[in-house]
Design a protein around this ligand. Structure first.
Ligand code: HEM
Length: 263
């Protein structure tokens, strides 16, 4: 009896260990991809074609199951976040944020997605790329400001993406002058640091923009006030493009988006 039990227990322990390793392995990579510099961030927004609405529910369910399979297949290599844009944005119905150490992995995911049964219904609304980098100006900021920036920010259901391009005058300025203006930018923005979580991607050369700015918040009124405050600082005058598009949606789980799209 005892002998017969052991192989079974070993199998169970083995399976649990395997699951644990794969789960922690996946989350470690995700943490790294989301927090480290030198990572590519891609925002890919899509609309669903007219045929989608005409499919019966069983077909829609089968197709969103394919979406899950494609996401599962790639998530060891790339970190994938999903957003529901439908109802809040006229630019897109769904958006994927993909982080990868190698942009080719992002491409593989998006090609597989678009070639899938689900992907055949997707029309690309826009794809934008950026790269995470170490802070340029923060190291020279006063200690108090650096400490304030380290305080955690609350995220929220709303996600906003704003592409930004600065003009040639900005890039021609000496680092010191740019640093002083970024300090002013930070001082104006810090009152909103608690309720608005931010992430910056550098896009010069990778896209027709210089920066991709990404925010999460539950307080859209704070976000609105934050933008008004930033528009008053000198640095803003060097902005050549702000938004176009500004993308607003809600961060959702794979299950939530599958449920919404299948309906
Ligand atoms: C929670 C509020 C915010 C805080 C605390 C904040 C803080 C900062 C800091 C510290 C930097 C400098 C990063 C570095 O050293 O390289 C920065 C850069 C930047 N921020 Fe903000 N920011 C906020 C909101 C925003 C918003 C709402 C926008 C525009 C939609 C924005 C656009 C940018 C851009 C484009 C840069 C890069 C500028 C450059 O390198 O020329 N920020 N921000």
């Amino acid at each position: 009896m005892t002998q017969a039990k052991w192989p079974g227990s070993c199998l169970v322990v083995g399976a649990v260990l395997l699951l644990w390793t794969s789960l922690t392995g996946a989350s470690t990579d995700r943490e790294k991809l989301l927090n480290e510099p030198g990572v590519y961030g891609t925002f890919a927004a899509f609309t669903l074609d007219e045929e989608w609405a005409k499919e019966d529910q069983a077909t829609r369910i089968a197709h969103v199951t394919v979406l899950r399979a494609v996401v599962e297949q790639h998530r060891q290599k790339v970190a994938i976040d999903l957003y529901l844009m439908r109802g809040l944005s006229d630019h897109a119905d769904v958006m994927f944020r993909i982080h990868a150490a190698d942009l080719r992995e992002t491409q593989k995911f998006l090609v597989d997605l678009q070639n899938s049964l689900f992907g055949k219904h997707l029309k690309t609304a826009g794809i934008m790329h950026g790269l995470t980098k170490k802070a340029n100006y923060v190291p020279g900021f006063p200690d108090q400001m650096k400490a304030d920036l380290k305080a955690p920010s609350e995220s929220g259901p709303f996600a906003i993406v704003i592409p930004i391009r600065k003009n040639a005058d900005w890039w021609a300025l000496e680092q010191e002058k740019r640093a002083a203006m970024m300090q002013e930018h930070t001082a104006a923005a810090l009152p909103y640091h608690k309720t608005v979580k931010r992430k910056l991607y550098h896009s010069t050369g990778l896209d027709d923009i210089d920066f991709l700015t990404y925010f999460e918040t539950s307080k859209l009124e704070d976000f609105h006030s934050l933008i008004l405050s930033l528009e008053k600082v000198k640095e803003f005058q060097y902005t050549r493009r702000f938004g176009h598009p500004t993308l607003l949606g809600t961060a959702v789980s794979l299950e939530q988006i599958m449920e919404t799209l299948a309906q």
